[in-house]
Design a binder for this molecule. Structure first.
Ligand code: CA2
Length: 145
C-alpha cells in the first residue's frame, strides 16, 4: 500500500484562482488537487487533499494524520500567523511536515513574515506559486522512499 500524504489548506484557499491572480496565480484549488494527485501517483504516493476555513477542522485533520499519514504538506493560510493551536497539533505529529505558501510572504506585509507553524515545519516553501505543493511532494517522496 502506497504511503498517504495529507495536504491541508487553511482559510479562504477555497477561493484560490478567483481573486488577486497577481499574487496567487490563476490556478484553482481543484487544479492544485488534480496536479498533486497525478504527481503523487507517479511518485508512488497517495494524497488526501483537504481545505477548511475552520481552525478546529485543520487540527482534527492533523490528529487524523497521526493515524495514517506518512507526511503532511500544509498551507495554513492566515492561521500560519495566528494559530498556536495548529502549531501544537503539528507538534503532536511525528512525521515530516512541509509548510507551503503560494506567495512570498516575506515580500509582503510584516504580519505575514512570522509563522507559528514554522516552529514545527521541517521545511518551508514560499513564493513559488502553486508549484510549491508539487515540490513539497517530491521532497517527501525522496524522504520517505
Ligand atoms: O501565500 C500563501 O499561500 C498564504 O498562505 C495565503 C493566505 C495568506 O493569509 C498567507 O499570508 C499566505 C491567504 C489565502 C487566501 O486565499 C486566496 C487566494 C486568492 C484568492 C482568494 C483567496
Amino acid at each position: 500500500m502506497s504511503k498517504l500524504i495529507y495536504i491541508l489548506n487553511g482559510p479562504n484557499l477555497n477561493l484560490l484562482g478567483q481573486r488577486e491572480p497577481e499574487i496567487y496565480g490563476s490556478a484553482t484549488l481543484a487544479d492544485v488537487e488534480t496536479s498533486c494527485a497525478a504527481l503523487a501517483g507517479e511518485l508512488g504516493l497517495r494524497t488526501r487533499f483537504l481545505q477548511s476555513n475552520a481552525e478546529h477542522q485543520i487540527i482534527d485533520w492533523v490528529h487524523e494524520a497521526r493515524e495514517d499519514g506518512a507526511g503532511i504538506i500544509i498551507n495554513p493560510a492566515a492561521f500560519s500567523h495566528t494559530s498556536i493551536a495548529v502549531l501544537d497539533a503539528l507538534k503532536m505529529y511525528d512525521g515530516p511536515v512541509i509548510e507551503v505558501h503560494i506567495s512570498n510572504v516575506h515580500q509582503r506585509e510584516r504580519f505575514r513574515h512570522h509563522s507559528y507553524v514554522s516552529y514545527r515545519s521541517d521545511g518551508v516553501i514560499a513564493g513559488l506559486g502553486t508549484h510549491g505543493y508539487e515540490l513539497a511532494l517530491r521532497h517527501l517522496a525522496r524522504l520517505l522512499g
